[in-house]
Design a protein around this ligand. Structure first.
Ligand code: NDP
Length: 328
């Protein structure tokens, strides 16, 4: 069994030296436990925050211990009455080839409905984040103009498409390269721009009538530009601020927060975990859209547990189109 440990706590950008590949014995299950051979594991931006030794909504990773995070795989040994060998399960012990779990910590999924990787992207936490953030937190209404940042990423690409499917008037996305901008147009975004060309100017040009809903994945300059472009009573779902995760100094932007008053804006942070109430509607809508082909999802897959650190670093740099995953 090979697994990835946290070798040091990064200051600023993590590097390959942040991680260590460690060989251990394949575990054997005790009573009530299962062993899962992981097939895919997720690397996610929030993991960068867990590398810092600070109190947050998830505890920090421990130094010199295996990392964790969402993964999916097949049960290869079971001492649990209710989970048989061969079952595909979703669980929280990624960053390793073999995971030892209490059966209660694993959620069996049907591998015939969709490729199993989809449970780590469109059909899982990522999809629910996009769905709940847009429709519940920002309460998007038909006809409105929506702007989403990191729009070619896992959450962002779904936000833009779901907005169109739910009747948005105009959907605008920003991303970090011309190829990503091309992809956004192909996914049905009405306008898309490369933020290296200037967020404020590009957004003004793309949204001449202003923005009603901003789905923020980036923070900083993007949030500032969105506040400037937002219409009266606009709402921002604050999902993530990836532009800050490796910063060693706090960002000055947004410098225009006072506009929130006159425009009566709502800026609302959220965590996907609090939105299980929309899960049933999410599963119904998303499975329907996947079935009839109206919703697409991209995946960028890196092979091998030994390459999980570079997959994570690549995610922070923007090497991914859609969800960044490791095939273990
Ligand atoms: P993505 O697939 O969007 O990957 C991250 C992307 O961020 C990269 O591809 C890169 O694309 C972009 N990026 C990196 N640095 C910058 C920067 N300085 N400025 C602008 N863009 C940047 O990741 P996810 O879809 O998994 O997550 C998206 C956001 O949602 C993150 O902020 C994450 O923390 C947040 N999140 C929040 C949840 C919640 O419950 N609140 C749940 C899940 C995710 P590019 O090439 O375009 O720069």
């Amino acid at each position: 069994n090979r697994e990835i440990h946290l070798a040091s706590r990064p200051q600023g950008w993590p590097t390959e030296d942040t991680f260590r590949l460690v060989e251990t014995e394949v575990p054997t299950p005790g009573p009530g436990q299962i062993v899962v051979r992981n097939q895919y594991m997720s690397v996610d931006p929030y993991m960068r925050g867990r590398m810092n030794d600070v109190k947050s909504y998830v505890p920090p990773f421990a130094l010199d211990a295996v990392l964790d995070g969402a993964a999916i795989g097949e049960v290869v040994a079971s001492e649990a009455a209710d989970i048989a060998v061969g079952t595909t399960v979703l669980h929280g012990l990624g960053w390793r080839e073999y995971a030892l779990l209490d059966a209660a910590a694993a959620r069996p999924v049907d591998p015939t409905i969709a490729p199993v990787s989809a449970y780590l992207s469109v059909l899982g936490m990522i999809g629910l984040t996009a769905y709940a953030g847009l429709l519940e937190v920002a309460a998007m209404k038909p006809g409105e103009t929506v702007f989403v940042s990191a729009a070619a990423g896992a959450v962002g690409s779904l936000v833009g498409q779901i907005a169109k499917l739910k009747g948005a008037g105009r959907v605008i996305g920003s991303a970090g390269s011309p190829a990503k901008v091309e992809r956004l147009r192909a996914l049905g975004f009405d306008a898309a721009f490369d933020y290296h060309d200037g967020v404020r100017e590009s957004l003004r040009a793309a949204a001449p009538d202003g923005v009603d809903v901003y789905f923020d994945n980036v923070g900083g300059d993007h949030l500032e530009a969105a506040i400037s472009a937002m219409n009266l009573h606009g709402r921002a779902a604050i999902c993530g601020m990836i532009s800050q995760y490796n910063a060693t100094e706090p960002s000055a932007a947004p410098r225009n927060l006072a506009l929130v008053i006159g425009k009566r804006l709502t800026l609302r942070g959220f965590l996907v975990n609090d939105h299980n109430d929309v899960r049933a509607a999410f599963v119904r809508d998303v499975s329907g859209w996947l079935r009839d082909g109206t919703l697409s999802y991209d995946e960028t897959i890196v092979d091998g547990i030994e390459n999980a650190p570079s997959a994570f670093l690549g995610l922070l740099r923007g090497d991914n189109l859609g969800k960044m995953l490791v095939r273990v």
